[in-house]
Ligand binder design. Structure first.
Ligand code: KIV
Ligand code: ZN
Length: 516
């Protein structure tokens, strides 16, 4: 495949995906996702916005150190301090990219930046030159390009290519574009910019009108050779373009697209599950490619057709994106080595032996309650072990819930708060409500419950329930997760996980808040 035929896949799950309220990830979680993206053979991983907070800086540096095969990218506004911080965070990367941006639409330049177009061009050129001092792989984004004037885009892109930008990104920041119009925009830019052949055109679409993937594909049809996207379409508001949908559309329709990605698509489902697990954002069952029903043929006519010849109703093979039958992988008698080996095959490794021991002891407890342990159980178990091993102020010690016909459910629990064990008790409309109220009777978090959801991880009544709890306090939103074969315990764990997050000090700047 020649270079011009390659579709570069730029994943921004760890940066734009993380901007989704409640989807914030720890450094270790980012490294785990970064390694999974590397296994998927994503070309560029945008690991974060290093100036946002010390935590973001460290996470980008940790991903840059851990990932060897993909380029690791850091976001920076077109400001010296941002670019220097990104350059520093990426110091240990095998292959580093700095992604700098400034807004170019009239509304953003006038209202947000309060800058004249000439000043915006000068700042963009300066930023690209500064970024080139750290790496020769520099991407420039014209924020809100979807609502920018084409003449101005041509001017600023020509100037930043001369300054050394190697990728030009055209974001539809507010998800306003229509597919035919966005495709035309890419073609026009490529035709009108005199030095266009010196850079790769990229697109970055948001999904406010449900068109992020359609707009990205229209751009690819018109010569864009990089797509910016996220696993499961995670991202602010309605999300970003979904990686799996773009990649599989291009792969399934070579008659339409004259380029291909180099991804190992069999890793898609594993990545999707990992991201969903870590962020607590469930994947809807009918979601294309990665939804539980994406390859399920329910109707008799379809089943009959698929059995005679699968191509009658299937345009892709489930195996090609990593779906496999639930297989019993481990059981009660499996040893530590089998456990470790199976986790390694799922891309899960441990830095410390104690971490492995803690996960193995949980595995043994689970195997006592549940005969067959599937990959999905292992993933949830590890997430659970890891969410509980962070410096948490609140820990669940024990929980007892009484639920009886005709009686009001009552929960009794003991939790440890800052190292002190405290008992709590409450009644509620149901056992979960009673458990949450008993936690609140001790922690008084002052939060509002925004979402409570339960999914079974595998099938069967002995399956583990995976619970997500979303809490809000003063505009800050966090998600907590918990898994257990007892869904009331899973719910209490998820609630406590969310409370622990809300108790941590918030300290993260948003990249699109202007030049402050
Ligand atoms: O949506 C957007 O415009 C962005 C930029 C920072 C590329 O995320
Ligand atoms: Zn974005």
């Amino acid at each position: 495949m020649s270079h011009s035929d390659q579709l570069i896949v730029f994943d921004t799950t760890l940066r734009d995906g993380e901007q989704s309220p409640g989807a914030s990830m720890t450094k270790d979680e980012k490294v785990r996702i970064g390694k999974a993206l590397e296994k998927l053979r994503v070309d560029v991983i945008e690991a974060g916005f290093p100036i946002a907070s010390p935590g973001d800086f460290e996470a980008v540096a940790a991903v840059a150190k851990a990932v060897k095969d993909s380029t690791v990218c850091g976001l920076a506004r077109a400001l010296d301090k941002d670019i220097d911080r990104a350059g520093e965070a990426l110091r240990e990367a095998n292959s580093a990219r700095i992604h700098t941006f400034i807004a170019t639409s009239p509304i953003h330049m006038q209202q947000k930046l309060r800058m004249q177009p000439d000043e915006v061009v000068a700042q963009a050129v300066h930023a690209v030159k500064r970024a080139r001092q750290f790496t020769d792989n520099v991407e420039f984004s014209a924020e809100d390009a979807g609502r920018s004037e084409i003449d101005f885009l041509c001017r600023i892109f020509e100037a930043v290519i001369d300054a050394g930008a190697t990728t030009l990104n055209v974001p539809d920041t507010v998800g306003y574009a229509m597919p035919h119009q966005f495709g035309d925009m890419i073609r026009t830019l490529r035709e009108r910019i005199p030095n266009a052949d010196k850079a790769v055109f990229s697109v970055h679409c948001h999904n406010d009108l449900g068109l992020a993937v359609a707009n990205s594909l229209s751009a690819v049809g018109n010569g864009a050779r990089q797509v910016e996207c996220t696993i499961n379409g995670l991202g602010e508001r309605a999300g970003n373009a979904s990686l799996e949908e773009i990649v599989m559309a291009v792969r399934t329709r070579p008659d339409i697209f004259s380029c291909q990605s180099e991804l190992d698509t069999t890793q898609i489902v594993a990545c999707s599950k990992l991201v969903s697990n870590i962020t607590g954002f469930p994947v809807q069952p009918n979601k294309a490619i990665v939804g539980a029903n994406a390859f399920a043929h329910e109707s008799g006519i379809h089943q009959d057709g698929v059995l005679k010849s699968r191509e009658t109703y299937e345009i892709m093979r489930a195996e090609d994106v990593g779906w496999s039958q639930n297989r019993m992988v481990l059981g009660k008698h499996s040893g530590r080595n089998a456990f470790r080996t199976r986790l390694e095959s799922l891309g899960i490794t441990f830095d410390a032996e104690e971490e492995l021991n803690a996960a193995f002891s949980r595995f043994k407890d689970l195997a006592d309650k549940k005969h067959e342990i599937f990959d999905e159980d292992l993933q949830a178990l590890v997430t659970d072990t890891r969410t509980e091993s962070v410096n948490e102020r609140v820990k669940l010690i024990s929980l007892k819930v009484c639920s009886e016909t005709g009686e009001t459910p009552r929960a009794h629990l003991v939790i440890s708060l800052d190292g002190e064990e405290e008992p709590g008790e409450a009644v509620g409309g149901g056992p979960v409500d009673a458990a949450f109220k008993s936690i609140e009777s001790i922690v008084n978090s002052g939060t509002q419950l925004q979402l409570y959801s339960v999914n079974n991880i595998t099938s069967g009544t002995d399956a583990q329930g995976e619970v997500t709890v979303r809490l809000e306090k003063g505009g800050r939103i966090v998600n907590g997760q918990g898994a257990d074969t007892d869904i009331v315990i899973a719910s209490a764990k998820a609630y406590i996980n969310a409370v622990n997050k809300i108790l941590e000090p918030p300290s993260k700047a948003h990249p699109q808040n202007g030049n402050v």
